[in-house]
Design a protein around this ligand. Sequence first.
Ligand code: GLA
Length: 592
Amino acid sequence: MSEFTIGETDFLLDGRAHQVISGAMHYFRVHPEQWADRIRKARLMGLNTIETYVAWNAHSPRRGEFSTEGGLDLARFLELVAAEGMHAIVRPGPYICAEWDNGGLPAWLLRDPEVRPRSSEPRYLEAVTEYLQQVYAIVAPLQIDRGGPVVLVQIENEYGAYGSDKDYLAHLVQVTRDAGITVPLTTIDQPTPEMLSDGSLPGLHLTASFGSRTAERFATLREHQPTGPLMCAEFWNGWFDSWGTHHHTNTVEQTAADLDAILSVGGSVNFYMFHGGTNFGLTSGANDKGMYQPIVTSYDYDAPLDEAGHPTAKYFAFRDVIAKYAPVPAEVPDAAADAPAFEVPLQRVAALFDVVAASGSPLGTTSAHGDLPTFDDLQHDSGLALFTTTLPDGAAGAGILGFEEVRDRAWVFLDGSPVGVLARDSHENAIALPRTGGQLSILVEDQGRVNYGQRIGEPKGLIGGARLDGAPVLDWSVTAIELDAVPGVAADASGAAPGTDAAGPVIARGEFTLDAETDGLFLDTAGWGKGLVWVNGFLLGRYWRRGPQRTLFVPGPVVHSGVNEIVVLELEVLAEARAAFLAGPELGHTEV
Ligand code: GLA
């Protein structure tokens, strides 16, 4: 058994000064069969600790459920950290930000209009308490004073950037202590005087998040906490990408110098991220500070270990800096080898609308609604929904169809012909129809719930009802699309003849043969428009020609030697009916 405490100037491990050199890696962003490999590579860079958030909405997609299967096996993840001789830091939120859908808060929680997120509102607290107790039942026995790896637990996340409800923070601390968490508790904030004071409570150890200007940030932190170890608990050694931006990178030399500035004053650090991984499935979040900016599928983060688990130039530069202050193993991980590069044809399987319209469709049942429901009214947390109605002929007007807000992208069809797209990221909420009558179909996509700021938890779909020339449009048939069923639809129709009609929304399928296991593949989406893609039933995530991301990472354990299946749901246009795999990642254009 060991003891981990906060001393006058340092963290103390069994009474001796200890510099935490930690790296973030979110178990829910990495295939579980690759956890051990990534953790080992963290140790080889010189890290002594792995930090992870816990994503509430991943564990609990429905109220009352708390899954710890497969990729959600937090105990196994922490045990692998321990097996590598490392410590662990756990940040259970409940809000985590992290460019993760809704900042980790479950959509079901915020469907209740009484619930006020990140506050001491009782219904919110009740759900949070239940969640934290489930997490701590896993974490408590794995604390360092019980022989496990966990040395620190964080309360909330950058709370000072959101609110100042001290009763809320006190409640989180109470639940944490009551659940048997005995290690020191921390908070993190952007180091401004206001955020540090709003986000903290006496008795919690304050840390800061930043990526540069170390001396100044540590000085601000010091003013708020005269004693104890200085820690940059999120050292932003890279950055995330949003659709439509450049791929963010920063210079190795500057980032290494910023790291040196932290370690040279005895500061502790947590690389954010050591290994970013991937926003598989529909897990990516979004920002909205006046403009909606959904996060891309890759969470490579320009981190020292890239998305595919390979060391980058930053890895070696950081290792050299760390070696000045702490022992670093002599062994280094292998450099990336080229992934198999090849192409396979895709066959059109079916038009999405035809599959949805078929009786007994596996893609979901259609229900009738007077007013236009939101995704949340339908208890449909993410993905796609189809809304159809009949517009009576002969209305006098220009045919302007409008909504309060489109969240987040709507493809509008009249009598089966495309009319246009309404995109939230361009503030589009009205479109001119060519006629005022006909069968109106609107396919709506959720592109990720906002994960930062006051817009977390907002509903998705067509908000505020539909209006045609100012008059409400009522009587809708609605299908919340079961995306999990798409690969099955594609397999059932695998006898489909090759087709060239690739106008979306369309389902297409292909097969590829591998003659050996692989670390991972890089699927090139450049010939496609916008959509989702599955390999062997595993939803890799969203792709979009808007970029910057061009390749999707296919983790090695998802494929096998022999025949593999790829299924594409293309929402716009499949310009090239083929799937290509490249030797390495293409995450897009950088600013410099
Ligand atoms: C903050 C949050 C993190 C993450 C980073 C940006 O520091 O705490 O969860 O969102 O910003 O990547």
